[in-house]
Write a protein that binds this ligand. Sequence first.
Ligand SMILES: Nc1ncnc2c1ncn2[C@@H]1O[C@H](COP(=O)(O)OP(=O)(O)OP(=O)(O)O)[C@@H](O)[C@H]1O
Ligand SMILES: Cc1ncsc1CCO
Ligand SMILES: [Mg+2]
Length: 248
Amino acid sequence: MNESVSRPTAADAAELLARVRARRPRVHCLMNSVVQKFTADGITAVGAIPSMTSSLDEIADFVARADVLTVNLGTLDAERRHVIRIAVDMANAGGKPWILDPVHCDYSPGRLAFARDLIALGPTVVRGNRAEMALIGEVRASLAIETGPVDHLSDGSVQVTVENGHVWMAGVTGTGCLSGGVIAAFLAVEGNALKAAAAALATTGVAAELAAPEARGPGSFGIAFLDTLASLSADDLLKHARIRHATA
Ligand SMILES: Nc1ncnc2c1ncn2[C@@H]1O[C@H](COP(=O)(O)OP(=O)(O)OP(=O)(O)O)[C@@H](O)[C@H]1O
Ligand SMILES: Cc1ncsc1CCO
Ligand SMILES: [Mg+2]
């Protein structure tokens, strides 16, 4: 195994954040209607460029111009499913990375079945919370990420944890959706998905830790988190990122 490629470090996180800011990748998001603004703000704060349309008329044009696609299953309906299939087919045909967030697949067998159909189409990353990933199970040929107090990443052979973050992240709706958008931004500039995703989650996690002392509760935390994401330095990541390897 080439360790420098498959074992992400805090230095990689700092380098990849600089790369996102320099290249400004376009991230197209098929995002639930609850947290479109927060997610777009998070993507912008790390230096990438979000677009959010889910219109059937326009999806092909937007995916064609995007560097990466985020597919989030929150607030799903029949039209959104149709648009998602078109967007995923286009991303695959164009060789573009895409990430699936199977939001609330634990609430609905139909949504779980749809998530499984999409996983068969080969997302670069599947990210969900503990309950969602417990149902999704093993994800072959993709990087699986379970977020929570500690984030667990597995590409099938290498396991990594990112131990950054703050408990208030669980008190703000959409930090998981936002992390999916930020992971997408990093996937656009780094072909090694494990390295890209670990860097992205260290970035959001360290930003949350540094923001929390500035906040009075979840409302002001959300704002401080975006402020800190936008101003996060390489030094912040080098000092505070806790990326660990747990390969069997
Ligand atoms: N208790 C915690 N301590 C530290 N970080 C946390 C904690 N809970 C969640 N996080 C972080 O918050 C982000 C969202 O993770 P979570 O697993 O809560 O996603 P989610 O349930 O999909 O969120 P949402 O549906 O609101 O978007 C991740 O970056 C994760 O690392
Ligand atoms: C609250 C909520 N409902 C559907 S999507 C979403 C955002 C967090 O997953
Ligand atoms: Mg979620």
